[in-house]
Ligand binder design. Structure first.
Ligand code: PTJ
Length: 249
């Protein structure tokens, strides 16, 4: 996928690959220029977290898998950064938990909506929502509020990775059970989530899928227990502690 070769032995291999994917996303018209800035913010937090999935993030990822499997109508939201970084992985997760995929953009343009939907289809998605835009998230301005009425509009559980704080809060206020992936545990998105996953989306999404596959044969009671025992305040606190006390190389 790239004309730049990054040696896997490089100590910052994953970070360089991530940057390159975002750059390519901008070139393809998938990712916004603001997405480059968002990536930089995320990288800084990832560096402080040691660029690995902490035990507490892994617990959040298992709770997210259980919650998605328990949902009546789960929807996975895809923006320009998510589409550039983990398109195939989002399609796999949607299949594992039987969720809809919906393109939902902060900086919405019809060109980017279509480019992202096409990109997801190239990675195996059959049905991509978001283009109908016949529903609204209350208390947000017009473009940012658009959703599909039978997608995010009707969802009981939504996964919103790298979400802007206003929209994360507005979705939570609609009564959706919100699963957020955000490397900044202090962001309003992470703070408003029922299940905040403080991890890089590149590691988080495949790990939620692995947990979902592991829980395929679990009973409803077992899944409910995992969700009940997940402590969001403790997860946010542990992530913040890890950032403050991190030993950097
Ligand atoms: O494609 P669009 O138009 O929907 O726009 C998407 C962006 C991401 C530009 C938009 O939602 C935005 O501006 O988001 P923010 O407010 O910058 O928030 C993004 C959050 O995601 C920040 O808290 C970052 O730390 C975090 N983040 C960035 N990269 C990653 C990440 N979290 C997990 N994994 C990453 N790779």
């Amino acid at each position: 996928m790239s004309d730049i070769e990054i040696p896997e032995s490089h100590p910052r291999y994953l970070s360089l690959l991530t940057r390159h994917r975002i750059e390519e996303g901008v070139e393809k018209g998938i990712t916004s220029k603001q997405g480059l800035i968002a990536e930089g913010r995320g990288e800084a937090f990832d560096y402080l977290l040691g660029e690995e999935t902490t035990a507490s993030a892994d617990a959040a990822e298992r709770a997210a898998a259980a919650q998605l499997l328990l949902a009546e109508h789960p929807v996975l939201s895809v923006n320009g950064n998510v589409a550039a970084l983990v398109p195939g992985e989002m399609v796999e997760l949607a299949e594992a938990v039987d969720a809809d995929l919906e393109v939902n953009l902060f900086n919405r343009t019809e060109e980017r909506m279509r480019a992202i939907a096409d990109h997801l289809r190239e990675h195996g998605a059959e049905d991509v929502k978001g283009l109908t835009a016949d529903g609204r998230i209350p208390n947000l301005d017009h473009e940012r509020a658009k959703v599909d009425a039978d997608g995010i509009g009707a969802a009981d559980v939504v996964l919103v990775p790298l979400e802007d704080g206003d929209r994360a809060e507005a979705l939570a206020a609609m009564g959706k059970v919100e699963i957020v992936v955000d490397l900044n545990p202090m962001s309003r998105s992470a703070q408003s989530a029922a299940i905040p996953i403080v991890d890089n989306i590149i590691r988080a999404v495949p790990n939620v899928t692995d947990h979902a596959r592991d829980l395929t044969d679990a009973t409803e009671e077992e899944r409910e227990k995992i969700v009940r025992e997940f402590d969001r305040e403790a997860a946010l606190r542990e992530a913040e502690d890890a950032i403050r006390s991190g030993e950097l190389d």
